[in-house]
Ligand binder design. Structure first.
Ligand SMILES: C[S@@+](CC[C@H](N)C(=O)[O-])C[C@H]1O[C@@H](n2cnc3c(N)ncnc32)[C@H](O)[C@@H]1O
Length: 350
């Protein structure tokens, strides 16, 4: 049946984690940090097979300059990957033999020491899963984890980093921000966004895949967190209050008033320049208790009305902030038994 097929395809798609980071994206991000944060540190890239990982290429190229003490890499030998060696790292580093071993699906641990420019390779007992006891042991001995982990295991991956109190710089999906396991970390200033977005990844067959929603997450220090935004006084009477949250709607970051000190909803892109010395995050307007921004009302029989007049369930009105509209708009809007007017929905950070 078509529906079953499409669910199966989706499941396959979700499990595809083979998207390799480009060298320019790693260089572009890491070069923006105060590199003193890497000095004397042990770095661990725990989802990184040197055959294709540019994190390996990056740290073997720049490790000396970053003055890191050691860099550890482990690969995941799940036996399912199509092996298509596009990179010439092994030829460059005289590790060709290693690549041939890994072709057979063996997991390894490589240690690069910049001071001696030496790479030592050891076989792992298990399959190199980042959750395996031997990889967790390596994690515990490390200071900073830097990688692009499997997208499908992101939340578990971050939970492990947090459990072991590590510094990290990793790539993930922007949608993670609104997940119940992850948002509290953002809210509590335990994790924040890096500097750049990552748009393009290489796939095992050599083709590129473009994504619009991948970014870096880190708990390393970033400069923007110490630079308050320059704001201006605004006419607050021009700002509308949400119908279901006790806050005003600020539609653009540049319109955040500097003469208002009560809760306001601002676009999520605030997180790209969020300075905790200037603002406090109160929550996310998603209708969930654990996000700490609680709606002041629950809509009864909410309905979403599409531009063609089609009506579907409007349950999103109960998981977003809503603004009452004076007129029926041309695009999607919501109505409910206990809403006086048509509504538009938003998911701002409060
Ligand atoms: C998004 S890719 C990125 C690979 C590499 N870090 C890079 O940036 O090019 C994630 C990698 O994690 C590997 N992986 C999947 N599950 C894993 C696990 N449980 N433990 C360690 N690595 C895993 C995948 O095989 C894949 O190569």
């Amino acid at each position: 049946m078509p529906q079953q097929n499409s669910s199966l395809n989706k499941a396959k798609e979700i499990k595809n984690d083979e998207f390799y980071t480009l060298m320019e994206d790693i260089e572009n991000e890491i070069s923006k940090y105060d590199l003193a944060q890497f000095k004397g540190k042990i770095v661990y890239c725990n989802c990184d097979d040197p055959t294709w990982s540019n994190f390996f290429k990056f740290f073997t190229k720049w490790g000396n300059r970053l003055r890191v003490k050691e860099v550890h890499f482990t690969n995941y030998a799940n036996g399912k990957r199509t092996f298509n060696r596009q990179l010439t790292l092994f030829d460059l580093l005289d590790l060709k033999e290693s690549a041939d071993d890994d072709k057979n699906g063996t997991a390894h641990h490589w240690v690069y020491t910049p001071a001696t420019n030496k790479i030592v390779k050891k076989e792992l007992k298990g399959d190199g899963d980042f959750r395996s006891a031997e990889c967790v042991e390596l994690l515990k001995k490390s200071d900073i984890v830097v990688t692009n982990p499997p997208f499908s295991l992101f939340r578990e991956y971050v939970a492990q980093l947090m459990r072991h109190n590590l510094k990290f710089l990793i790539i993930g999906d922007e949608n993670n921000i609104s997940y119940k396991e992850f948002f509290p970390l953002i809210k509590n200033n335990e994790v924040w966004l890096g500097y750049t977005k990552v748009k393009k990844f290489k796939q095992p067959d050599g083709d590129y895949k473009i994504f619009g929603n991948k970014c870096w997450y880190t708990n390393l220090d970033v400069a923007y967190r110490h630079k308050p935004l320059i704001l201006h006084a605004q006419d607050i009477s021009q700002y509308k209050k949400y119908d279901n949250y006790d806050a005003i709607e600020v539609s653009q970051i540049k319109l955040i008033p500097d003469n208002y000190f009560e809760p306001m909803g601002v676009p999520m892109s605030i997180l790209e320049k969020f300075c905790p010395e200037q603002f406090e995050i109160l929550g996310l307007t998603s209708g969930r208790d654990e996000f700490d921004a609680r709606p002041t009302k629950k809509y009864i029989n909410p309905i979403q009305i599409n531009p063609d007049g089609n009506k579907i369930s409007g349950s999103k009105a109960n998981t977003r902030a809503t603004l009452l509209l004076d007129e029926v708009p041309n695009d999607i809007y919501y109505v409910a038994d206990n809403a006086d007017k048509p509504m538009r929905i938003f998911m701002p950070v409060l």
